[in-house]
Write a protein that binds this ligand. Structure first.
Ligand SMILES: Cc1cc2nc3c(=O)[nH]c(=O)nc-3n(C[C@H](O)[C@H](O)[C@H](O)COP(=O)(O)O)c2cc1C
Length: 381
């Protein structure tokens, strides 16, 4: 069967940049930073290698200490962090690529061991299900049951909104092309959006409008400090990863998507993580701007989603871990490197910067160019 891959290789205007192709590298936490959250040289090299993606979206970057859940995960709230991210941005730009930083606040998912003994906080004092751990047991989070968080005060909520804003300003100074708020996967903005994690009765909880207020306040503060072209958002509507539930995800995300659309942000990244309702068909029409689809796409399904007029670009996750030159491979129909999930969260170069480019690979080691990625699970086996 001949596959028309041309839709993947058209340019796309997005915020302040023009993507050279419709392939984005999806944000992926890989824990190769220094313990203080500053990107290491190997992080710079990892992103440099992948600069032929139309857009790189970085791993989740914490905007404050309270938002940092994982050992060796990066942050962006100090001058040293900013200098590190500048090295990453410069490297990607030197190679002709573009890069958005994903701002990820873990809220209730962190641990006092990460917080110098402080109790984690979230919208409400709701402890995550003890089994709702990260989907690989290899993840360097404290290997113990999630703690019960304490409820954030109004002032603390305002403080974390300021942290998102300051992080966007630092990202701009570091030379990143934009920032994406991680409002998916059960992290803080999704904890506010979701009915089981947000039991508040003040202006930050209750109705859909109030549950969306934290996210929208972050978006507005970040736009105010940078520009609407600089800010983007990721949603995983209805996904129960990290033990978040929503009584009515269609209603919640329809409202939030329409509000984001009004603000004219750079793009919306939308994930359908195995929902039994039509996430893309429901939400895509509500957003007047570029939308990137994510989760489970291959070369051919990605090209098809664009050709059918739904997606403007496709975010590829795991296939970008194992193929630094994924765009060239998809364009030329070359086989893919095999993926090693055991090295997702290990330290150093292994499984990170040592996947070969096509020219250096052994043809016998390659798998089919249309190989789908491993399905992402809510719970580890
Ligand atoms: C190792 C790993 C780390 C991830 N970390 C993040 C993250 O930091 N932020 C995020 O939004 N999604 C994260 N994801 C989800 C990916 O962005 C993507 O949505 C998911 O892998 C599905 O795409 P795929 O089927 O192409 O792999 C991660 C996925 C993997 C495999």
């Amino acid at each position: 069967m001949t596959i028309d891959t041309a839709p993947l290789f058209q340019p796309l205007k997005l915020g302040n940049i023009v993507m050279a192709n419709r392939m984005a590298m999806a944000p992926m936490t890989r824990q190769r930073a220094y313990l203080d959250g500053t990107p290491t040289a190997v992080v710079v090299e990892h992103y440099r290698q992948r600069a032929s993606a139309g857009l790189i979206i970085t791993e989740g970057i914490a905007p404050s200490q309270m938002g940092l859940a994982y050992l060796f995960a990066p942050g962006l709230w100090t001058d040293r962090h900013e200098a590190g991210w500048k090295m990453v941005a410069d490297a990607v730009h030197e190679e002709g690529g573009h890069i958005f930083g994903q701002i990820m606040h873990s809220g209730r998912l962190t641990d006092e061991l990460q917080l110098n003994g402080e109790q984690p906080f979230g919208p409400s004092a709701v402890q995550p299900d003890p089994t709702a751990r990260h989907y690989t047991i290899n993840c360097p989070r404290a290997k113990r049951v999630y703690q019960r968080p304490r409820e954030m005060t109004h002032e603390e909520i305002l403080g974390e909104i300021d942290a998102f804003r300051d992080c966007a300003v630092r990202a701009q100074r570091a030379g990143l092309d934009g920032v994406e708020i991680h409002a998916a996967s059960g992290y803080l903005p999704m904890q506010f959006l979701s009915t089981n994690t947000n039991l508040r009765e003040d202006e930050w909880g209750g109705t859909v409008e109030k549950r969306a207020a934290f996210l929208l306040a972050c978006v507005d503060a970040m736009i105010d400090a940078t520009s609407k072209e600089f800010v983007a958002v990721k949603f995983s509507p209805g996904w129960q990863f990290h033990n978040v539930f929503d009584d009515d995800p269609q209603a919640t995300y329809s409202y939030a998507t329409k509000e984001l659309s009004k603000r004219g942000i750079a793009y919306l990244q939308l994930g359908n993580y195995g929902m039994d309702w039509d996430v893309y068909g429901t939400l895509r029409p509500l957003f007047d701007g570029p939308v990137g689809y994510v989760a489970g796409f291959t070369r051919s399904t990605g090209a098809k989603a664009i050709a059918e007029g739904g997606a403007d670009f496709i975010c590829y996750g795991q296939n970008y871990i194992s193929n630094p030159d994924l765009a060239e491979r998809y364009k030329n129909g070359w086989g893919l490197n095999k993926l090693d999930a055991d090295t997702y969260y290990t330290q150093g170069e292994e499984g990170y910067t040592d996947y070969p480019f096509y020219a250096d690979s052994n043809p016998d080691d390659l798998v089919d160019v249309d190989q789908p990625p491993t399905p992402i699970k809510v719970y580890a086996d």
